[in-house]
Design a protein around this ligand. Structure first.
Ligand SMILES: Nc1nc2c(ncn2[C@@H]2O[C@H](COP(=O)(O)OP(=O)(O)OP(=O)(O)O)[C@@H](O)[C@H]2O)c(=O)[nH]1
Ligand SMILES: [Mg+2]
Length: 356
């Protein structure tokens, strides 16, 4: 891979030395955009480099969804993995006990949820400290992150979050509402009904720096330089996260906001609660397949995600179902039991479906 380190350092130096005010905003925007473009290239290169996007770790994804445990050394990640799954990840009182990615499978409400235990993260991981970059690339490819620390080091949750941000991972955020319609010629046209703090020149320069030269850009929310760069970037990922505080058995009365979920992995407290939160955050739901000539029942669950269509269920079921365009449904979404619907409708939890 091309070494961008020097270019990155030069841009960062320039950013530090440029005074920040309205008059330099477009220049700052351009420099930040240039940095983001280089990051995009680095992530593109590393995700092509085999290992299933694990960037050096062989990570095989199976099951209905995947979760990664992120935290500093000795937070109790491996202890938690062992409680939740059949895995036997080594647990010890010293740092960096886990040195590679350890998968385990958790069965919860019919869903097979794959959990990855990974080496502890240090501050500076996103800049390449330890095997931080490889670890973070496992996180990039997951459906949910459990950011975990212990009661003595609650502040590490915030530090880990910053490392994730530094690796282009946006936590509990949604992609900025900016639509880009690329064209062959004509330059950049900006459409927005909202009064923006950024002027058109800044927006155009950021777009152009990120490789968008000709396009209609519709900006449907108030943007900042950072959120605009996020919306143009090809390498940002948006992943939900749960913040977990472990080892709450070691303090008399743990004190922190309900922003955090309290557990003791070792004693097993708070774990059912955490499983339910995992299920909710993954926005999983169960759909039940009803065979022809069969009464509706709850015997054959298929795990789907909120927003999936019935046609996504046919994809999951495989080729025998690929031609199906109509279905009968039972459950909350049905106006009456056995209603006939096209497979373009969304699935709902506990929907029973017979494909026609
Ligand atoms: N008191 C208490 N100790 C715990 C708890 N969970 C884990 N530990 C202990 O904390 C130490 C580290 O646990 P690990 O599960 O190895 O931590 P880890 O996050 O996997 O650490 P690395 O692999 O080094 O990153 C071990 O001595 C565990 O027994 C807990 O809930 N309460
Ligand atoms: Mg470990």
């Amino acid at each position: 891979m091309t070494d961008f380190t020097q270019t990155i350092e030069e841009i960062k130096k320039e950013l530090r030395e440029t005074p920040h005010h309205k008059g330099t905003e477009h220049y700052i925007g351009r420099l930040r955009a240039r940095l983001a473009r280089i990051e995009d290239k680095i992530y593109e290169a590393s995700s092509k480099g085999g290992g299933g996007g694990g960037g050096g770790y062989a990570v095989k994804k199976t099951g209905d969804a995947s979760v990664v445990l992120i935290g500093p050394p000795s937070a109790g990640k491996s202890t938690l993995l062992n409680k939740f799954t059949n895995a036997q990840s080594k647990v010890a009182a010293y740092a960096f006990t886990t040195t590679t990615v350890i998968p385990g499978m958790m069965l919860y409400k019919d869903a097979y949820i794959q959990i990855f235990d990974i080496p502890g993260l240090l501050e500076g991981a996103s800049k390449g400290k330890g095997r931080g970059k490889e670890v973070l690339s496992v996180a990039r490819n997951s459906d949910l992150l459990l950011v975990i620390s212990d009661v003595q080091r609650i502040n590490y949750i915030e530090k880990m979050t910053q490392e994730l941000e530094g690796a282009g991972i946006r936590i509990n955020k949604i992609k900025p509402n900016v639509l880009i319609n690329k064209k062959i010629i004509g330059g950049i046209t900006i459409h927005t009904n909202i009064k923006q703090d950024l002027d058109d020149l800044t927006i155009k320069e950021i777009a152009s720096e990120m490789g968008i030269k000709n396009a209609d850009i519709s900006i449907k929310e108030k943007v900042t330089i950072d959120s605009l760069i996020d919306s143009f970037s090809t390498s940002r990922v948006y992943i939900p996260a749960i913040f977990v505080v472990n080892k709450t058995d070691t303090v008399h009365r743990p004190q922190f906001t309900d922003h955090y979920l309290a557990i003791s992995a070792e004693k097993g407290t708070g774990l059912e609660n955490l499983k339910e939160e995992i299920w909710n955050k993954l926005r999983l739901l169960s759909v039940y397949l009803v065979q022809p000539n069969e009464e509706p029942n709850f015997e054959s669950p298929i795990i789907m995600r909120e927003g999936d269509l019935l046609s996504d269920v046919t994809v999951k079921l495989g080729t025998d179902f690929s031609e199906k365009r109509l279905a009968k449904i039972w459950g909350n979404a049905a106006h009456f039991p056995g209603q006939e619907v096209p497979t373009t409708i969304k699935v709902t939890d506990r929907m029973q479906v017979r494909f026609l």
